[in-house]
Ligand binder design. Structure first.
Ligand code: PEP
Ligand code: MG
Length: 752
């Protein structure tokens, strides 16, 4: 009877047999024969998954040979189907008494009483079922079940290597060559046709059977030790790539990696005759099967962590690199990852990057901001994607719609190539008007600025032909750093920004952190409503040292130049006054010490909190400029979370309510002669931008890629006529006037 010695001997025999026989059917027959012999069973049968979620009898020792390739069972029918449906073993001394027993006369199995069957798992999915049967009412021991599971794993590799398994779409095998289509969320616009690069290369274990168990145990222990130290190192290192949301994941990794049960189970698997790599897979297969049965979403989510951890351990064992960033990239790389930090994306050669696909990730995630800065198409929430793509697969990413095609058919490739050519022609047109003025047909100048925040953004100012930087989000530097940037580091960045902007204006917004923009090195309490919580100017006023350092850095970087400082999330005049007082105090300090100063300092505020609107009369005499942050303003105006896909698009910006509000802001600022701009995402969409001009705005700021399309719109617009048309919209009862505006533009050939 096979104890722990059992599978060892059997595995060795299997290896010898596989080396001798090369044809796949003959191999399976041989395997079935060896298992039956070794486990002292009269029957051993191998069922493999086929299209339509059917299990086909592929090889048998003991059942009628004529049933091979004839007997088929749906997942869920019969005992074999039951094992597959639940991905767990069955151990029955009286199989026919089981309610799911289904009699198949062609197999001649009625004479066998006991049955032990285990799922054949590959990448956590059921690829088949392995069964042994005996005539007597035999009780198979726990050890025998485990031995059969180990053998099933070797069998899974054998079957996959011979292309014998076929999964359906919803349980598609990672190695399947079928096309795959998926809709995620759009994170960064653009179209990318290219080839997949798995950010964390998957390790395929091919050497499964140990030659020397002691050597394998040692290899495993050493790799686990290395894994643990590498995670500790990542947690303490100043390496930028592990900032932000990754920290939490790493802490979970550390907990799992130090779990003694995990190592013990893997060592036990090695003792059964597996290589260290195979033992890692074996244990991970079990864990995965167990976790897949969990209904608790939190526990199911942890499965990702465990999968990643097992994969990391495999990389320690095999020496496969941790990230693809250092390897050879194709010319048109599309990076596929579960998630990543912003600096990890910056590790790649940006000349070869075309697209990014994340299984997680949302539009406000830092990595999405970096993808937009790099100008690459990006998609988030692409469910299950790392398991469905292989390195080198052809991939199409539509960053405008969130659509993704893996291994697309030729007609999809043709359609998208045409779309890409069309885009390229459009880009050429935008480039051609780069140095043309942004003036309407009726001669009104519209300032088009860019939003920026990182070094990678700076070349865009020149490339886009924008009039300046309307919003420099200073928090991005803080968000991608692993520790608080020093004053010197801040001075360096701000100087570089002003240097590259030359004579063009730059509006520096002070730190807008908190809420969803967490700093990895700053402790912050959990908040129920982070968007309404302790963020931006609220933190700055409660912790003035942070703001003071930043203001000092800005003043020092701007010596001899014009400096513009703007405060985020101001809700009432007193907040603005207190923040401005801090700037004035720093200026006075420079005077006192006879230090050099900027040529001029303008201080303004964002209008993002509706309450501030009702204090405009008191506010405007005190500010040098105002910029509307429409992203936050609209979420507060409609009480609709900008980050929640279920409500984010529920209310239209182009509704009489929102447009009226903005119109009133324009009128009151004009009355006080205070310069007004708008720097939310709204400004980057030509139709929305047109509406903004129609209600009176003349300065708008957007992502660099939007400058071209918006300038085309400006240059094809008669703004006085539009203003007249929009007068008729403000009092409509409609939820949206989008169609009316679009019809207006279409009728007049305005490029929207
Ligand atoms: C806004 O709220 O519109 C804005 C520009 O600020 P952010 O998107 O950085 O919150
Ligand atoms: Mg904002």
């Amino acid at each position: 009877m096979p104890g722990t010695q059992g599978p060892r001997v059997l595995l060795r025999r299997l290896r010898e047999a596989m080396a001798e026989v090369s044809e796949s059917q003959a191999r399976l027959d041989q395997v079935a024969h060896l298992i039956a012999q070794n486990m002292v069973a009269e029957v051993c049968s191998i069922y493999l998954m086929q299209p339509g979620a059917e299990l086909e009898l592929y090889a048998t020792e003991g059942l009628k040979p004529s049933a091979v390739h004839k007997t088929r069972l749906k997942v869920g029918t019969g005992l074999v189907g039951d094992i597959a449906a639940h991905a767990r073993p069955l151990n029955l001394s009286d199989a026919q008494a089981h309610p799911n027993f289904a009699y198949r006369p062609e197999t001649g199995e009625e004479i066998y009483k006991s049955l032990m069957g285990v799922p054949i798992l590959r990448s956590g999915r059921v690829a088949g079922v392995l069964v042994v049967q005996n005539r007597t009412m035999r009780h198979y021991s726990e050890e025998e079940v485990e031995a059969l599971e180990t053998i099933a794993m070797v069998l899974a590799e054998l079957a996959a290597a011979s292309d014998l398994i076929a999964f359906d779409d919803d349980g598609q095998d990672a190695t399947s060559q079928q096309p795959h289509y998926l809709e995620g969320t759009a994170l960064s616009g653009g179209l990318a046709l290219g080839h997949a690069v798995l950010h964390e290369p998957r390790v395929h274990v091919t050497r499964l059977i140990a030659e020397n168990v002691d050597v394998e145990s040692e290899r495993l222990e050493k790799a686990v030790y290395e894994l643990r130290s590498s995670i500790d190192k990542m947690l303490t290192t100043s390496d930028l790539s592990h900032a932000g949301e990754h920290r939490e994941v790493l802490q979970a990794y550390r907990m799992f990696a130090n779990d003694r049960g995990w190592l013990k189970r893997m060592l036990e698997a090695v003792k059964t005759g597996l290589t260290a790599e195979a033992a890692v897979e074996r244990v991970q297969n079990d864990t995965r099967a167990r976790m897949m049965r969990q209904t608790d979403p939190y526990l199911r989510d942890r499965l990702h962590d465990l999968d990643d951890l097992a994969n990391r351990l495999l990389r320690h064992l095999t020496g496969v690199a941790l990230s693809s960033a250092s390897g050879d990239l194709p010319e048109d790389a599309i990076i596929i990852a579960r998630n990543m930090g912003p600096a990890e994306l910056l590790d790649y050669d940006k000349d070869r990057l075309r697209g990014l696909v994340l299984e997680e990730g949302s539009a406000n995630a830092h990595v999405a901001i970096v993808a937009r800065a790099l100008g690459i198409a990006a998609i988030g929430r692409a469910q299950g994607i790392p398991d469905r793509v292989e390195d080198g697969d052809a991939v199409i990413v539509d960053g405008d719609t969130g659509e993704l095609y893996v291994r697309p058919s030729q007609d999809i490739v043709d359609a998208y190539s045409e779309k890409a050519r069309f885009r390229a022609r459009r880009q050429a047109q935008y480039k051609a008007i780069r140095h043309e003025p942004s003036v309407t047909l009726d001669g009104v100048k519209v300032a088009l600025n860019v939003n920026a925040g990182l070094m990678v953004d700076l070349p865009h100012l020149e490339e886009s032909g924008a009039d300046g930087i309307g919003l420099f989000r200073t928090e991005l530097q803080f968000m991608i750093a692993s520790k608080l940037p020093s004053q010197r580091e801040q001075v360096e960045l701000y100087s570089d920004v002003m240097e590259s902007a030359g004579d063009l204006p730059v509006v520096f917004r002070t730190l807008d952190i908190g809420g969803d923009k967490m700093l990895p090195y700053m402790q912050q309490a959990e908040e129920e409503n982070p968007a309404l919580g302790w963020r931006a100017i609220r933190i700055a006023l409660d912790r003035p040292a942070l703001l003071r350092h930043q203001v000092r850095a800005l003043l020092s970087a701007a010596v001899g130049r014009d400096l513009r400082i703007m405060f985020p999330m101001v809700a009432d005049v007193s907040e603005y006054e207190r923040a401005r007082a801090l700037v004035d105090k720093e200026l006075a300090r420079l005077d006192q010490h006879g230090r050099e100063k900027p040529r001029s300092v303008a201080v303004g505020t964002m209008l993002e909190v509706p309450a501030l609107f009702w204090q405009m009369e008191a506010l405007l005499p005190k500010v040098d400029f105002v910029s509307i942050g429409s992203n936050d303003l609209i979420q507060f105006l409609f009480a609709s979370d900008r980050g929640n896909p279920r409500v984010a698009n529920r209310y239209d910006l182009l509704s009489p309510g929102a447009l009226n509000f903005l119109r009133q802001v324009v009128l009151i600022c004009a009355r006080h002669d205070v310069p007004l701009s708008l720097c939310g995402e709204m400004a980057g969409n030509p139709l929305e931008a047109m509406a903004l001009l129609g209600l009176g705005l003349r300065t708008i700021s957007m992502s660099p890629a939007a400058i071209g399309p918006v300038k085309m719109m400006v240059r094809s617009l008669n703004v006085a006529d539009l203003e007249g048309f929009m007068e008729g919209l403000y009092s409509l009862p409609n939820a949206s006037v989008r169609d009316a505006l679009r019809d207006y533009a279409d009728a007049r050939g305005i490029a929207i």
